[in-house]
Design a protein around this ligand. Structure first.
Ligand code: ZN
Length: 327
């Protein structure tokens, strides 16, 4: 007979339903087996009762023609919380400049207001703190208003939901003193944006433990975004983020986590540039040798790989230029 972890089920139900009372109500009605349809039914019934009780429709955000960002709503694939705001860029509203690590900074185009998309790029579920800068990680609606499922499978999503408590502790352990409500503000502070990327990393770490493709490669990118935010706004030291990024890209490369010649070239580029930035020129040189070998072993050179190869070679020939790190 299967042993039911009653406390674990109660905790998951509390996250999915939002309150202890609703979790108890569920268990009274249906016992300790979680059925998503029943969870949703109970949630919707409760939300409907709440709306009736309040007697007011939620206020729509004002639309501003010159705001470079617009809001859509998505659903959390882990706990099914709905109406989560996700910010997207309007077409041709922001131009971007890449730093040495190929991470973008944003400038407004024409009459659009300035907006640093890096600060709001990560969407966070207010209920279970599932977080990602990728829309595909959430349940969205297609133009016919049908739900498009999220990228991850049920196994990963269940593991991510079960780990909600450790995401809550990120807020306290970050040392950045970010109140939870700052994570959901339209104008996110740099400190809250750093925590937002940390929450996305918590998700990707679970994917990495389960060997999900691209998880380690993405972790490297998230750490580079943190480094860029820390540098741009002078929030703490940039170096620990760069060290983390290097570790993730090395893990990604060594375990072929991001398959395909393009990503092999991209990972090696980041490893060479990060090692150089961190003063490990010998290791940078060794990975440059690995890049040369990948190219030499290719029967026909992949064009996307070649782009990263040339970028790495250009960077290496310029490495003693004192202006190298100005962008
Ligand atoms: Zn959630």
């Amino acid at each position: 007979m299967a042993i039911i972890d009653e406390n674990g089920v109660r905790r998951r139900l509390k996250i999915m339903l939002g309150t202890e009372e609703l979790a108890d109500d569920y268990i009274r009605r249906y016992g300790y087996t979680i059925h998503i349809a029943k969870v949703n039914g109970l949630r919707f019934a409760n939300e409907y009762r709440e709306k009736m009780r309040m007697g007011v429709a939620p206020e729509e955000p004002k639309t501003d023609r010159d705001d470079p960002l617009f809001q859509i709503h998505v659903k959390c694939p882990a706990c099914y919380a709905a109406e989560i705001p996700l910010w997207e860029q309007k077409a041709r509203s922001l131009s971007s400049v890449l730093d040495r690590f190929q991470m973008p900074s944003y400038k407004p185009v024409g009459t659009f207001h300035p907006a640093d998309y890096n600060l709001v790029a990560v969407t966070i579920c207010p209920q279970c703190l599932y977080a990602s800068p990728d829309k595909k990680d959430f349940i969205c609606l297609d133009p016919r208003r049908n739900e498009v499922p999220a990228r991850l499978h049920q196994g990963e999503l269940a593991a991510i939901l079960a780990d909600a408590d450790s995401r809550t502790s990120v807020l306290e352990s970050s040392g950045l003193n970010v109140p939870k409500e700052h994570l959901f503000a339209r104008e996110r502070t740099p400190q809250a944006a750093l925590v937002a990327y940390q929450l996305a990393m918590e998700r990707a770490q679970i994917e990495s433990a389960r060997n999900v493709a691209f998880s380690r490669f993405k972790l490297g990118g998230y750490a580079l975004k943190q480094a860029l935010i820390a540098r741009t706004y002078g929030v703490g030291e940039e170096t620990p983020y760069l060290e983390k990024a290097l570790e993730f890209y090395k893990q990604s490369y060594e375990t072929s986590n991001a398959s395909g010649a393009q990503y092999e070239g991209w990972s090696l580029y980041e490893i060479v540039v990060l090692n150089t930035r961190l003063g490990n020129e010998t290791e940078a040189g060794a990975f440059l040798g690995a890049l040369d070998k990948v190219k030499a072993d290719m029967a026909t050179v992949d064009t996307m790989f070649l782009r990263w190869y040339n970028l790495t070679r250009d960077f290496w020939s310029e490495r003693d230029n004192p202006d190298l790190w100005k962008n």
